[in-house]
Structure formats: C-alpha cells, structure tokens
Design a protein. Structure first.
Length: 280
C-alpha cells in the first residue's frame, strides 16, 4: 500500500486570516441556531500546498525538532466503542506508552476525541465527529498553563509549572488505515511563531479556551505518513514550556483531502488523546 504512494501530493490547506484592527480573534464552540455555523470574527483562505509523504523517512522528524513524531505501537484496546471503555482501558496503556516514548515522569489525560467520518451525519455527534479541515494548534501558552491549573490539584500545580511540561496529542487511526482525510503536520522548523499563528478565543457557554489559528506562509513544510494503520501513532506537540529556538514549541496540523485516496476507501476513523506531560 505504502510503496505505490507518491512522495508528494498537492492538496488544499485551509488557513486563517487574522482579524483587522488588532481585535482579538474568537470562535464560538456552540453553533449559531440561525446560521448553523460557529460564529467567528476571522476569515479563511484555501491554499494549494505540497505535502510530503515521509513513509519510510519517519526518522527525519522528532517531537523536539519538528514538533511531531511517528511510531508503530499496536494498542491492546481495539474497540473504541464508548468513552468509559476508552478511559478505563486505553488511557492507562497510553500513559505508559507516552512515558516510554518521551521520558516523562507523569502523564495526565484531560480529554479525548473519537472521530468517525460518516457523510450525512452531524459532525458534532460525539461518536462521529468529522476530521478538522483547518490548520490550527490545539493550545496557546495561556491555555496550556490554564489546563495545568484546571486538571491538577491546586496544591501541586505551582510546583509542576516550575518544571518542563508539554501538552501532547496521541493520534491513532481506528479499524482501517487512514486513507481518507489523512493528517498533515507542519514542521516547526518551517514556522515563524511570531507571524504564522494568531491566538483565537474558544468561547464556551461557561468559559473560554484559546488555540492558535495558522496563517499562510510559503515557507511551511507540510508532512504526512500515507496510509497510517491502527498500529501506527503520531505524537503531536501542542505546547512546550521550553521556549527557546532549539526546541519545537507546537505543531500546526489539519486533516486534508488527499487526491490519491481511492474512491472505495473506508471512511476515516481515529482517536486522539490530549495529555499534560510532566518531566522531573
């Protein structure tokens, strides 16, 4: 399967355009009952970009150089049928896996998303959430620090924030190879964090989060691994408290429409776990 895949594909990536006048960007989580869309004050643009298939060259990217890293690690848990089962069975094995792969001393999962693309079904159904077609980063520095305070005891959070911590997304296909709507990741070495992203408030009914929307740059180098299987995972760095030029801080990523996807490919299913990752 992987041998016949091209080294590069050209596909559209949806980028964001920062709102004018210095106003803070925002997007609502709940949909507007009139429009059926999530309200936001920033626009999008579609750009045709070249995306490199690094199947067989996975060692050219690491969590600290590019912001993401691929591994082959079969999961004991296979069904991903419901959230309780995932938390009971998949969380513990994934925590051990993350510790092994990163050298972290502590892993705290704060949410997960199961995506099962089913045309015609509502994209926000918890069991069939569609792939996200928007270049983005899950967290900003402010929202990452807020996550530590939100998910760890207040007696521990201040000490944990003094040491290195990350937010890492562990992404895995479910049941079939991810031929449809594969995941594209942007090499952090090609990103200018000052100009290529802008913070956008995520407005929930009862609180606010914040993520980064990615603005277009011709320098971006997008990568993917063709036909990732359920035994394959990618670790996606959403944040790193080390903020120097030597370490990748985050990873822009998005699903994309691969022009080589066979017409009869099964609909994409995947799971992503988001973890606070702490180091001694």
């Amino acid at each position: 399967m992987s041998n016949s895949a091209p080294s590069f594909v050209t596909a559209p990536i949806v980028y964001g355009i920062k709102p004018e006048g210095g106003v803070r960007a925002y997007q609502t989580i709940n949909k507007n009952p009139v429009t059926g869309e999530r309200d936001k004050n920033w626009k999008t643009e579609e750009r045709q970009v070249e995306i490199e298939n690094i199947r067989g060259k996975e060692n050219t990217v690491t969590l600290d150089t590019a912001g993401f890293q691929f591994f082959t690690r079969p999961s004991k848990h296979k069904s991903f049928a419901n959230d309780e089962e995932v938390e009971r069975e998949y969380y513990p094995e994934s925590a051990e896996l993350l510790k092994e792969l990163t050298g972290a001393s502590r892993v705290v999962f704060f949410d997960h998303t199961i995506r099962r693309y089913r045309p015609g079904q509502k994209a926000d159904d918890p069991q069939s959430r569609s792939p996200v077609l928007q270049a983005h980063v899950d967290q900003t520095m402010a929202s990452s620090i807020a996550r530590v305070h939100r998910h760890l005891p207040q007696t521990e959070a201040p000490e944990l924030l003094k040491r290195r911590f990350q937010i890492v997304n562990l992404w895995r296909p479910i049941e079939y190879p991810a031929l449809e709507w594969p995941l594209a990741l942007c090499d952090y070495r090609s990103v200018d964090p000052k100009t290529d992203v802008f913070a956008s408030a995520l407005v929930y009914p009862d609180r606010e989060g914040e993520n980064f929307i990615v603005a277009y740059s011709p320098n971006h180098k997008w990568k993917y691994v063709h036909a990732m299987t359920p035994d394959d995972i990618v670790l996606i760095k959403c944040f790193d408290s080390i903020q120097d030029a030597n370490v990748a801080v985050f990873t822009p990523h998005t699903a994309f429409k691969d022009p080589t996807t066979p017409a009869d490919a099964p609909h994409r299913q995947s799971i992503e776990l988001r973890a606070l990752v702490f180091y001694d």
